[in-house]
Design a protein around this ligand. Structure first.
Ligand code: GUN
Ligand code: ZN
Length: 439
């Protein structure tokens, strides 16, 4: 018989989308437990009821700590781990000065394996159980990431970043190589264990029309894969796309004409959108990913989450490291709150937690597997200490509601708040943070 574990604490449950249902009805927090067995959630309820139903179960009682779904970072560049916090440039110069030279190192499989392991350990240390990562143009960089994720039991999304222009020669492929290498990688990895493949043209400035066409054909032939790319992040980038593709009516059209929009299409940033782009994104069921620390760090602009949700578009949340300035999805939620204030909407803590869990899961078309605590869902769970530092503890002590208790950790928390991480119901040994001690 499969062994059952009861994970007890203040359990966060997701009942509806907090952007269309009052947030405190959409998500609730109550003292209780989660019964997990065979890698999935079997039941939720009071600890007493679940103990009675499973008298032989092991009990992990986390007391006042918050038990929530593992956080989901819906857009990240693992090869940029070692160049996070690189000073002084806007997007295109930042790519040329810091990013491309670093990505050039990933032709070495040992280096790729080292950084892949480091990135995933940093993610786990911060309570992130799923990432959607760009790799580099080197196929070995994709193997390294999926292999490191499989070793840890993590569900990750990843893909070979395709580029055939406007980058250093050693990073360029061709339309044919982009197609064939991506096809080979997805045949080997997509659906193997917990791996999900994303066809990954970096963005229009570095992918020719021919390359986008080849990748559109590949996606059409493999529709269960995701497609991830960048859209309308920075004003200079959009002007460059206009120069490169003067016949396209807008930036999105450069993807759309090759079939690179639709369900399973995941667009990072998408800050500066035209009305037509918003309409087509909604009609096609494409998803957007908000990367607030990156958008501030690189000086890109303010993504209006509440407006895009009201437009009926799926929105996830992401660090976008190394353009983003933190590996922590808590810090990312705090940045999303601050950007919300600047765009006229104070996002409720329930909305922030939803974006980092269910919102990201849905953006990655994984909403039926991860991102909520409910029977049948994969048991990737996070336990957060809501009093992890003196500053947070003294504020949380004054809280009168569960949301008021959680908000100081959202705004001021970091990896010290991560008390436990479970992957498919298995508790990681030591906190994720301990696993990175050897770096
Ligand atoms: N646009 C194209 N490539 C990148 C990247 O690596 N980071 C960010 N932030 N934007 C991009
Ligand atoms: Zn990015």
């Amino acid at each position: 018989m499969t062994e059952t574990t009861l994970i007890a604490g203040q359990v966060l449950q997701t009942h509806a989308d907090p952007f269309s249902t009052p947030p405190e009805e959409a998500l609730t927090v109550a003292s209780g437990a989660v019964a997990v067995a065979g890698g999935t959630v079997r039941a939720t309820g009071t600890l007493a009821d679940l103990r009675a139903a499973h008298p032989d179960a092991a009990v992990h009682d986390h007391g006042d700590a918050l038990v929530l779904p593992g956080l989901i970072d819906a857009h990240v560049h693992y090869p940029q781990t070692a160049i996070i916090a690189s000073w002084g440039e806007r997007l295109i110069d930042w790519l040329n000065r810091y990013t491309f030279p670093e990505e050039g190192r990933f032709g070495d499989p040992l280096y790729a394996a080292d950084v892949a392991a480091r990135h995933l350990d940093l993610a786990l240390a911060n309570g992130t159980t799923t990432t959607a990562s760009y790799c580099t143009t080197h196929p070995g960089s994709v193997d390294a990431y999926f292999a490191a994720a499989a070793e840890r039991g993590m569900r990750v999304v990843a893909g070979k970043t395709c580029m055939d222009r406007n980058a250093p020669g050693e990073l360029l492929d061709t339309p044919r190589r982009a197609h064939d290498e991506s096809a080979d990688l997805l045949a080997r990895w997509h659906g193997r264990g917990r791996a999900v493949y994303a066809i990954t043209p970096r963005f229009t400035p570095t992918s020719s029309d021919e390359q986008l066409e080849a990748l559109g054909a590949l996606w059409a032939a493999n529709p269960t894969c995701l497609m991830q790319t960048h859209l309308s992040e920075q004003i200079e980038e959009i002007a460059w796309v206009r120069e490169l593709a003067p016949e396209a009516c807008d930036y999105l059209a450069t993807y759309e004409r090759h079939g690179l929009i639709g369900e399973g299409a995941v667009f990072g940033h998408a800050i500066h959108l035209e009305a037509r782009e918003v309409t087509r994104l909604r009609e096609s069921g494409s998803a957007l990913v908000h990367c607030p620390t990156s958008n501030a760090f690189i000086g890109s602009g303010l993504f209006d989450t509440a407006r895009r949700k009201a437009d009926g578009i799926a929105v996830g949340l992401a660090t976008d490291t190394g353009g983003g300035s933190s590996f922590s999805m808590l810090r990312t939620m705090a940045a999303a709150y601050e950007v919300g204030q600047l765009t006229g909407a104070a996002l409720h803590p329930a909305q922030l937690l939803w974006l980092a869990t269910t919102g990201s899961a849905r953006a990655l078309r994984l909403g039926d597997r991860i991102g909520r605590i409910a029977p049948g869902m994969e048991a990737d769970l996070l336990v957060l200490d809501l009093a992890s530092t003196p500053a947070i503890a003294q504020r949380a002590a004054r809280a009168e509601t569960a949301w008021e208790a959680a908000f100081p950790t959202i705004m001021m928390g970091d990896d010290r708040a991560v008390r436990a991480v479970y992957l498919e119901g298995r508790r990681l040994e030591g906190r994720g943070a301990d696993r990175t001690a050897g770096i």
